[in-house]
Design a protein around this ligand. Structure first.
Ligand SMILES: Nc1ncnc2c1ncn2[C@@H]1O[C@H](COP(=O)(O)OP(=O)(O)OP(=O)(O)O)[C@@H](O)[C@H]1O
Ligand SMILES: [Mg+2]
Length: 282
């Protein structure tokens, strides 16, 4: 069974997509020398903006004649997911599901009128659970069926949090949504951690907020990702940071890099591998 990790925060611009793309790419790098399905990572972009797909397949908007993520969500019966999966540009063991903005917006409108509207992604991913080691899901910055579907099929949620007072207080709604998903669908859904993003540590208020977060989230507070132009440039060059600023490493080993964001996302990858590794695998 793949380990599914959803990146969520209903607030916009907090680093969800940056985290989804770099976690997926970093896992693909680290797992590249594993055998068979354990080496494979799937990135699912549930945000109609499609920014995560831009980083793995800049020409993804060309679409696929074999259907797309939206058709998996709204069609009954859904098309074959196996034939839809495409290989990313930068990592041979990183794949994605094609998606385009118009059909994802349509799916978001359509879902509330359909039966089993909250469990459609989970059902669609069932046939490929044995084909991947990890499935990473990026989500849109709002509450709705696209977010709920992404949480229902997750084992873990990573919550990127902007280090501002508003950033921390704005999480109550997401935590309520996660509780609702646990009650109605998935009692075992876990928060993997809160990930401080866009951190500018030299600012006094940021240090205060990080201390506050440490008190509130304790062992669930992940190591921060600092603000870095490498991440912004990688994003605008349609690359993950491991491709944009390659580390000196071989797959299977811990990643070492002189680029701070490469190193910081490598540490997130490391902690995911340590805490979510299914027994007997890798
Ligand atoms: N640590 C960082 N340092 C510098 N720039 C960053 C960092 N993290 C993200 N960014 C930039 O900030 C912007 C927003 O990040 P991102 O798209 O990852 O956020 P998001 O939460 O997915 O946004 P949305 O809610 O719109 O989907 C992007 O331009 C991205 O390149
Ligand atoms: Mg995004």
């Amino acid at each position: 069974m793949a380990v599914t990790i959803t990146i969520a925060n209903e607030k916009g611009g907090v680093g969800k997509t940056t985290t989804a793309v770099n976690l997926a790419a970093g896992l693909a790098l680290r797992l590249a020398n594993q055998e068979g399905s354990a080496s494979r990572v799937l990135l699912v972009d549930m945000d109609p903006q499609g920014h995560a797909l831009l980083a793995v397949a800049p020409d993804h908007h060309k679409g696929s004649p074999l259907g797309s993520l939206a058709s998996l969500l709204v069609e009954t019966p859904p098309p074959s997911i196996q034939r839809m999966i495409l290989r990313s540009e930068h990592h041979p063991n990183l794949s994605y599901l094609p998606a385009d903005r118009a059909s994802m917006i349509h799916a978001a409108h359509e879902l509330p009128t359909l039966m089993a509207n909250e469990t459609r992604l989970s059902r669609a991913l069932t046939p490929i659970q044995e084909e991947f080691g990890y499935i990473i899901i990026d989500t849109p910055p709002n509450t709705g069926d696209l977010l709920v579907n992404s949480l229902v099929c997750a084992d873990y949620v990573v919550i990127p949090v902007e280090t501002s007072y508003l950033g921390v207080s704005g999480l109550i709604e997401l935590e309520r949504t996660i509780d609702q998903v646990r009650i109605h669908f998935k009692p075992e859904l876990k928060i993997f951690g809160y990930l401080p993003t866009l951190v500018e540590e030299q600012r006094i208020e940021v240090q205060e907020i990080l201390l506050e977060m440490k008190k509130r989230y304790a062992e669930h507070l992940l190591k921060p990702i600092h603000k870095s132009s490498d991440l912004a440039y990688a994003h605008s060059s349609h690359m993950d940071v491991f491709t944009y600023r390659p580390p000196r490493q071989r797959s299977g080993e811990q990643i070492a890099s002189s680029s701070r964001p490469t190193q910081e996302y490598a540490e997130l990858v490391n902690s995911v591998l340590l805490k979510t590794r299914p027994r007997g695998r890798h």
